[in-house]
Structure formats: C-alpha cells, structure tokens
Design a protein around this ligand. Structure first.
Ligand code: ATR
Length: 287
C-alpha cells in the first residue's frame, strides 16, 4: 500500500540557496492559511541538478522554485513549459500535473503585479502616445522584464548596456519594439520616457554607480529597480531627488511567489504590507 502522506511539500533550490527569502514568504502564507505544508531550501550543485529533478516525484514534492544558477537547466528538464518560459528559456516555478513536470517563469508576472499594485495604470500613461520604457542592463534578469513590457504593449523598449552586443542579442531574440543602446545614449531617451527599470548589478559587490542623471524624465515617469538589497538603490534615490515616483524591487520577489504557492497548496495568497515588512526586517537582520 502506498505510504499515506497529507503534508504538501515544496522547495526552493539554488546554489547557494541560504540567502533566499522564499522560505520566509511561503512559510508566512502556510501559517496564515493553516495549511499542512512545507517549503524547504535545498542547495543543489549544478552537477547534481538533473538527479535532483529526477527524484522530485519519488520524494513526493508537489513542486518548487528554482533560482540561480539553475533556471535554464530547469527549462531543459521540464516536460511542459508555459509560453513565458519558452520565450525566456528559463524556469523559476515547477509543479506536477497529470504526472508531468511543468515549468513556468513568474518573474515577469512578479514585475508587472508589483507595478500594478503600486501604480495602477503604469502601462497606460495619459499622454496619448506610445509608451516608452528604458531598461538599464542586458543580463539574465532583464529578459523577463522585456517579455513583460512587450506583452503589456509598450511602444518602445530601449535596452541600455555597457556591452552593446549583449543588448543587441536581446533585440535579436525579442524583436520589435526593442532597441539596443549604450550608456552615453541614455540622455537621448529620457524626455519622452514613461518608465525606467534598473536590472544591472551596479552597486552590488563593491561596484559603484556612475552619476545617473534623470532630470530630463517627464514628471509623470516612474523609476523602478529589480534589486532589493539594498531596498533603496541609487536609481531610486536619484529619481526621488527629481520628484519622480519610485517602486522598489522587493514587491517583485513577493508577487512572483504567488502563482507557485497557489499551484502547490491550492490557495491564492495576497501580498500584504505585513509580508513586505516581515521580509524587510529579515533583510535588515542579514546586513
Ligand atoms: P546576469 O547574471 O543577470 O546575466 P550579469 O552578467 O551579472 O547578469 O550582469 C548584470 C548587468 O549589469 C549587465 O547588464 C552588466 O553589463 P554588461 O553586460 O556590460 O556586463 C551590468 N553591469 C554590471 N557591472 C557593471 C558596471 N560596472 N558597469 C556597467 N554595467 C554593469
């Protein structure tokens, strides 16, 4: 007779994974709903990733999250990938359905849900011309943002990067309406720009930002960041100094967790101020 198991199990895997705030987020929701479930961090080296995936069903996981550096390997490992995951060729959320391993990428959802919550209408400014976004950076993290802005119907997506070839590779992959530009062309794109998104790792690991001048942005523009350590990044500080609206990156992390929790545990959770404060306190505690 099969072993009876009522506890629903989920995980987050990465290498390393100990910095992940996902166990705190899902643990908060499990407690809030009184669900008999678990969400555990599991560190898996790149060489062991495929074996880890092969053992998921036997270990009775309902599914889980995948973080760096396994998102591309997870995409290759799933039986069924959503259209978002196919476009990004990267998966951050896994679940079983009809005996098959499914994969989605919820980073773009997290990005747009965060802006929807903070600034409803962010993708439909009133000025009556095509919406324009400037993305700073062309690393892996920028891909989900481009996909999201395309699906929200942005008219121009300018990708600014130090290494222009990386930005051009993204333009070749995503197509219209993306344009690759260098940092010295940033000023050409600000005076009719509705949204600026930082996806670079500038400011992290000892790198410092060059001066970032945002004065030319329209007063209606929004500046957001996907970095949340620190929460108040240099681009957000510069934007506030110009009187612009800003949205920090922590909300993206919280919102991207929602679809996974619903798939594994059957309840759609809410991103609340209480949850935001809980994670901020944990981030401050690990400084
Ligand atoms: P990922 O791991 O997400 O693929 P990454 O390789 O760490 O990303 O790079 C993140 C982004 O920050 C890239 O756009 C990178 O620019 P390059 O493609 O030119 O490397 C950008 N970035 C990191 N350090 C930078 C610096 N000192 N100046 C300018 N851009 C920088």
């Amino acid at each position: 007779m099969a072993e009876l198991q009522s506890t629903k199990k989920a995980f987050v895997t990465g290498w390393p994974v100990k910095h992940s705030k996902s166990p705190l987020i899902h643990g908060h929701w499990l407690a809030q709903f009184g669900i008999d479930g678990s969400y555990e961090p599991i560190a898996v080296e790149p060489d062991g990733f495929n074996d880890f995936i092969s053992g998921l069903a036997e270990n009775r996981f309902a599914g889980g999250n995948v973080t760096l550096p396994h998102k591309e390997a997870a995409y290759r490992a799933v039986d069924v990938a959503t259209s978002h995951a196919q476009k990004l060729q990267a998966v951050n959320t896994l679940w079983f359905e009809d005996g098959k391993l499914h994969g989605d990428n919820t980073d773009g959802y997290g990005f747009s849900a965060n802006l929807d919550a903070a600034n409803p209408g962010w993708d439909r400014p009133q000025r009556g011309i095509a919406t324009k976004a400037v993305i700073l950076g062309a690393g892996g993290a920028s891909r989900a943002i481009i996909d999201c802005l395309q699906s929200r119907g942005f008219g121009e997506i300018i990708i600014i990067n130090r290494t222009i070839q990386r930005a051009q590779t993204l333009v070749d992959h995503f197509g219209e309406p993306c344009l690759a530009q260098t940092w010295d062309q940033l000023g050409d794109h600000l005076n009719d720009c509705d949204l600026v998104i930082n996806t670079t790792s500038l400011g992290l690991e000892g790198t410092s930002w060059p001066d970032l001048s945002l004065e030319q942005l329209p007063k209606s523009a929004i500046v957001t960041d996907i970095v949340y350590t620190p929460l108040d990044t240099y681009p957000l500080q510069r934007a506030r100094a110009c009187g612009l609206r800003t949205v920090d990156g922590l909300g993206m992390l919280l919102h991207q967790a929602v679809p996974g929790f619903e798939r594994w545990f059957g309840v759609r959770p809410q991103v609340t101020k209480e949850l935001h404060s809980l994670v901020v306190a944990a981030l401050e505690g690990t400084k």
